[in-house]
Design a protein around this ligand. Structure first.
Ligand SMILES: [Zn+2]
Length: 409
């Protein structure tokens, strides 16, 4: 669930419309302050939004002290907020994704990452920043709002989001302000979607991923969209793109989401990823939830990697080794199977092009770890293609062949 801009922040500064835009940058200078890894903030785009060329140049020129700076923002607040469904809590699930994502990025070497919070508390850097800069954030936001209005930038949003309470909104603006001051290259807000349902204990009608980016009239829109498109491309290989009509296409511009720089406040490539809907079966099932979250983190990481590596190389491949996520060692024959093994089987069948089965989609046949008609049909397709006979479910021959092709341990 996402937070829309709040109108209740006090407007404490009136800026002349003629000078509003200039004043915005005076009031929010991207000063070089010590970065979280001890290196100084890059001056390359200290006074302008980051461009695609900036991102490439920075990534390609990586040194031990100068890396691509990624801010990972688990949606909502420690221990509260967000969607819930049958024990699946958005405010904790996004932390789990963030921790996996941080691990993948830090291991790769070109990135330096920071997370705003974990499951229990704000990162002390941000806790202190919110406290010490409360007034400054309001002044900065008021000036930005004024200048955006004077340029006619604000328009109505496409999708109706929840309004953020004032303090929550203030912290969200604070995160953007901090990112601007610390020369962040990419800001990733992580969320799960939800939909108004008559009965909250039953799943809703929509499923799939959507990524919100700044509206096209904002300075960082094109850069954000380029990175978001790359991430969506990866996520959509194993997850459906949202079938909510307003989210069709998967990358949606929004001028009023605080997280993605309402009234032109964000300088980094900024996006809000709605990873599927909270009630999708892979999250309600605690036995497979962590594996599904790790998978989402991995696809996100690969999407960012694609953005940086595909521009320089035509040899990049879309394949990956799913054994890095899970050691699949047991054949899968029916509903009693370990959901993690079934999830691994579905991954292999997805990579093979057999799942979802013909005539079905990832909406009707989710990558869920649940063994049912969808999985059974996909196994039969794989077996027919490979002339495997007399196996009900994944028997020894099917298992050996899938392992040989897709689980390269
Ligand atoms: Zn959310």
């Amino acid at each position: 669930m996402v937070m829309r801009r709040s109108f209740s922040l006090t407007t404490v500064l009136i800026v002349s419309s003629a000078f509003g835009y200039v004043f915005f940058y005076f009031i929010a200078p991207r000063v070089a302050v010590p970065f979280f890894d001890g290196s100084p903030a890059s001056a390359a785009y200290a006074s302008a939004p980051v461009s695609v060329a900036d991102l490439y140049a920075n990534y390609d020129a990586v040194t031990s002290s100068k890396k691509t700076r990624v801010l990972i923002v688990p949606g909502h607040e420690p221990g509260s907020g967000g969607a819930e469904f049958h024990g699946a809590k958005e405010h904790d699930m996004v932390v789990e994704i963030a921790q996996y994502l941080q691990r993948y990025m830090d291991t790769q070497g070109n990135y330096t990452t920071i997370m705003t919070r974990d499951a229990f508390a704000w990162n002390p850097i941000f806790a202190r920043y919110f406290t010490e800069n409360k007034d400054a954030i309001e002044v900065w936001d008021a000036a930005a709002r004024q200048s955006a209005a004077s340029l006619g930038l604000d328009t109505l949003p496409l999708v109706d989001h929840l309004s953020a309470p004032t303090n929550v909104a203030l912290r969200l603006y604070g995160i953007t302000k901090w990112a601007d001051e610390n020369a962040i290259d990419i800001t990733l807000h992580l969320h799960f979607n939800d939909h108004d349902r008559p009965r909250l204990s039953a799943p809703g009608p929509y499923s799939g991923v959507a990524i919100y980016v700044p509206a096209q009239q904002y300075d960082n829109s094109a850069t954000s969209k380029a990175v978001a498109t790359s991430i969506l491309r990866r996520l959509s290989m194993y997850n459906p793109v949202s079938n909510l009509p307003e989210e069709s296409g998967g990358v949606i511009e929004d001028p009023q989401l605080i997280a993605v720089g309402a009234h032109n406040t964000a300088g980094s490539a900024t996006m809000l990823i709605e990873y599927d809907y909270i009630y999708q079966p892979q999250f309600a099932n605690a036995k497979v939830r962590s594996l599904a979250l790790q998978d989402l983190a991995y696809q996100t990481y690969l999407g960012v990697q694609d953005f940086f590596t595909r521009h320089a190389s035509t040899t990049s491949t879309d394949s990956y080794d799913p054994s890095t996520l899970y050691a699949w060692r047991t054949p899968v024959a029916g509903v009693d199977a370990d959901p993690k093994d079934t999830y691994a089987l579905q991954t292999a069948l997805l990579m093979d092009g057999d799942f979802p089965p013909a005539g079905k989609s990832l909406h009707s046949c989710p990558h869920s770890g649940a063994f049912g008609a969808c999985t059974r049909a996909a196994i039969v397709t794989f077996q027919k293609k490979n002339a495997i006979e007399n196996e009900n479910g994944v028997g020894a021959k099917t298992f050996a062949l899938l392992q040989k092709i897709y689980w390269k341990e």
